[in-house]
Ligand binder design. Sequence first.
Ligand code: NAD
Length: 288
Amino acid sequence: MAALNPQTSVLVIGAGAMGAGIAHVAAAAGHPVYLYDTRAEAIERGIAGIGKDLAFLVSKGRMEEAERAAVLGRVSAVTDLAQAADAGLAIEAIVENLEVKQSLFKQLEALLPTDAILASNTSSLSITAMAAALARPERLGGLHFFNPAPRMKLVEIVSGLATDPAIAETLYATAKAWGKVPVHAKSTPGFIVNRVARPFYAEALRVLAERAAEPATVDAALREGCNFPMGPFELMDLIGHDVNFAVTNSVFDAYFGDRRFAPSLIQQELVAAGRLGRKSGHGFYNYA
Ligand code: NAD
């Protein structure tokens, strides 16, 4: 199955950490990209972030100035989804909430061409359930990037019960053409990485709850002892505790309350305090 033609417009919905990164990847691969968010300031910040990342690549000699300008020039801010009605691929990276995502996809189904592919960057929600709200559920699949999207190679291509295998193959080939390493996964809670990683975070949080070691000690131990690029606490701070806690809750619920996936009160407290990690300047570590 062939990858999408780079002339195909890509609509990215949600201009936060993931959406901006995905827009960067699609534009770098040559696609015209529409970046939409309900908050205009998020789109502005998202595009500024892409500009900063590209300028960094130029400063390191890894990108020509002309290419930087071309990539950035391919990303357009849209404040009304109707401005992106010709998109051939829509990727949502909005809030991790099934009902909100379902309602967005219904809106996209009515707006976009009938052969447009709909994709979700969800970390843990059921692609099967998301697609069930659609008249044509076969054209929706998961396209799960990792944070930061421009640098992380893995993309999970997630098929729900109704996903057309040809759509999954097109997403796979497209991710590959974008320089990524795609893998196929079925729509099970947390897919592959977020399922296997749940006990990694949970056990680190238990170590902290028992006061067995401080976050910095645990992080250093996992980095030095296991060659992980980041320990669990710095990784949770990078992902964002709101996102990570929502994913844990969703995986826990989806496995019918299996204790292996139980959420932590420590993380719940951080979310309640607005200490969301790097993005809010404070999590397990201080970034101010
Ligand atoms: P984020 O909070 O940084 O950004 C989400 C953006 O979506 C915000 O700018 C918000 O204004 C916007 N938004 C919310 N509801 C919207 C709607 N109905 N329509 C349009 N825009 C809307 O979140 P994020 O970390 O970028 O995560 C986004 C999605 O990606 C989630 O589904 C998350 O599970 C998934 N994800 C996150 C990570 C991660 O490490 N953060 C990794 C992979 C996947």
